[in-house]
Design a protein around this ligand. Structure first.
Ligand code: SF4
Ligand code: SF4
Length: 230
């Protein structure tokens, strides 16, 4: 289903406060979200370790405060479990933002970017930061694998030039370690971990705005099924 009916949309918020967390956590969906949360925590830990290593060397390699350009005009492709996590975040913490998904879906001339990009955010441009998918967590601080299987760390073009790390690309674990003191998380490793939660989901990867309506339905339904009796 691409889009919930108005009734379902209106009921999203009403049903959520009555969810029984322990029942929800025991559901397959709840367990999948917990597994994903552990992976996201691990990414954050690796990024903190990387930032700490840079600090030890007195290196400044980070996003300018008011940037956020990487998600302007960008629509992430996400797996169903990532859509479920974002739906869970919206339903429980940011229900007022749910309308942005449907406002965009209702437009005849579609906007070309993520519905949660806030151009006025001044460095806090993501309206769903805590629930954002993996690719958004890795912007600017991750490695990809070269054809030879080596990690490659490319500094974002928007990072200010730093003479201590003059190259834009660092190739191989040794070069990255020698230059920065640590290695950022590898995108493909974490993508594979997330695929491991729901291996069948690989063929269902889709743009965030398409993935969210069915995810909102799935998560709202499970919250309803695990709701505390009135
Ligand atoms: S990763 Fe690059 S484009 Fe994105 S916020 Fe950081 S500096 Fe800006
Ligand atoms: S979810 Fe947030 S970080 Fe990701 S593309 Fe949308 S606005 Fe950017």
């Amino acid at each position: 289903m691409d889009k919930p009916s108005d009734d379902v949309r209106d009921n999203f918020v009403k049903i959520v406060p009555r969810a029984d967390e322990s029942e929800f956590d025991r559901s397959v969906l709840g367990m999948n979200l917990k597994a994903l949360a552990r992976i996201y925590d691990d990414v954050a830990q690796k990024q903190q370790n990387f930032a700490a290593a840079l600090k030890l060397r007195g290196l400044s390699v980070s996003c300018p405060r008011d940037c956020g350009l990487c998600c302007e005009h960008f629509m992430p492709d996400i797996l169903p479990v990532e859509a479920d996590m974002l739906a869970y975040h919206l339903l429980l913490r940011r229900p007022a933002l749910i309308q942005l998904v449907f406002q965009d879906a209702d437009k005849s001339a579609r906007s070309d970017g993520c519905p949660f990009w806030n151009a006025e955010g001044r460095g806090r441009n993501c309206l769903v930061y805590e629930g954002r998918p993996l690719i958004c967590r890795l912007f600017g601080c991750s490695t990809v694998h070269s054809k030879k299987g080596e990690p490659v760390f490319a500094l974002c073009k928007q990072f200010p030039h730093n003479p201590q790390v003059p190259q834009r690309r660092y190739i191989g674990a040794q070069q990255i370690q020698d230059s920065f003191g640590a290695i950022p998380p590898a995108m493909s490793d974490y993508s594979a971990m997330i695929l491991g939660i729901e291996p069948d989901g690989v063929s269902s990867r889709m743009p965030l705005d398409k993935a969210l309506p069915p995810a909102l339905n799935r998560v709202a339904l499970m919250l309803q099924m695990t709701a505390k009796p009135a």
